[in-house]
Every structure is written in C-alpha cells, then in structure tokens.
Design a protein around this ligand. Structure first.
Ligand code: 2AM
Length: 182
C-alpha cells in the first residue's frame, strides 16, 4: 500500500517592529496635521494605522518570529521623548510623512538592534539606514505648498510587533506583542 504525505507550507505572517502612538498622540496628530492632510492630495493612511516602523521583517515563519521576539525581549533601553516636528515628502515612493528632525540616540539604537538581531534570526531586512517617519499619506505626487505644523510631543514608553494583512477593504495592522522601555 502506498501512502501520500502532503506537506503543508509553513504558516507565515507579515510582521514589522514599530512605535505605536497612544490614542492621545493620534488625536494630537489629527489636530496638528488637519490643514496639511486637507490640502495635500493623495491617499490618507487611516489614523488608527499610523506608526513609525523600526524594522520591517517581511514574511516570517513561526520560528523566525520567536527568534525576533527574543531579540526584542533582550533589549533594555530607557523611555525617550520624541518631538514630531518635521513634515517630509519623498518623491519616488510618493509618501507624505511626519517625523522627528532630531532622532534620539535611544531610538536609533532601538531600530539598529532590532534590525541586526532580526538579521541574525535569518531574516533579510532592507539595508537602508533607519529614517524615523510616520506615513500620513501615500500617492502624494508633489510636496504640499505649506509643510510646517505645530509639533506633537510623544513620550515613547514601549515598542510593538505588528502583523500586517491585506484585506479587500484595505490594509489591517494588528499589534501582536509589546515590550516596555524601562
Ligand atoms: P512606509 O510607511 O514608509 O511605507 C508596514 O508596511 C510598514 O513597514 C510601513 O510603515 C512601511 O513603511 C514599512 N516598510 C518598510 N519596508 C517595507 C517593505 N519593503 N515593504 C512594505 N513595507 C515596508
């Protein structure tokens, strides 16, 4: 008798590490960016999806996720203050974003350690250096005339792992793990 073994493909997820704003920071961003968002064309990112990517892992298997989560758990860095005071436009990806003109050393260190640790888990990450940015809109083909905004202060006390799913109604981000900065 002959038996057929069907090998199922490993279960994968699309994941990234991020700074995830509190509701209060999201509300402040909505208020301070109201005019900018109204007058810049393009396709807005839903405010509940706003985040700053620390390291984009791409498609990840369960063992790689566990390894990346161990890397995150092994990072001990203090909380830091982030002042979102700079609006930028990238022409090629057609992205309108807000970020901190001053990248705190702790933030750079957090992003670098997550990226290096994830590479050590066998994940192929983008080689471009970290640029802190929170994407507000996509498909913005030219910079808006007025790029100044009232800064938003964000006391960053943790970082998260996010699952990204593409659904018919749009992209869905779910926070699947969280680590405190202490
Ligand atoms: P972006 O906001 O500049 O587009 C989820 O896709 C998040 O990961 C987005 O914030 C996106 O940044 C970021 N990201 C970084 N590299 C990516 C890649 N190669 N593909 C998709 N998203 C990427």
């Amino acid at each position: 008798m002959c038996s057929t073994q069907v090998e199922s493909a490993p279960k994968t997820e699309r994941l990234f590490f991020a700074l995830w704003p509190s509701d209060a920071v999201r509300q402040a961003l909505r208020r301070h960016c109201k005019a900018l968002l109204r007058h810049s064309g393009g396709r807005p990112v839903a405010p509940e999806n706003w985040h700053i990517t620390l390291a984009f892992l791409g498609t990840v298997e369960a063992t790689q996720r566990a390894c990346a989560e161990q890397v995150a758990a092994g990072i001990h860095l203090p909380p830091f203050a982030l002042r979102l005071d700079h609006v930028g436009h990238w022409a090629r990806p057609q992205v309108l974003w807000i970020g901190a003109s001053d990248t705190p050393d702790t933030l750079r260190s957090l992003a670098d350690r997550l990226a290096q640790g994830s590479r050590d888990c066998g994940l192929a990450l983008d080689k471009r250096p970290f640029v802190n940015h929170l994407t507000l809109k996509r498909k913005v083909d030219r910079p808006p005339a007025k790029l100044d905004i009232k800064p938003v202060d964000w006391a960053v006390t943790d970082f998260v792992l996010v699952r990204s799913r593409t659904l018919p109604e749009g992209v869905q981000y779910t926070v699947v793990n969280r680590w405190p900065l202490t």
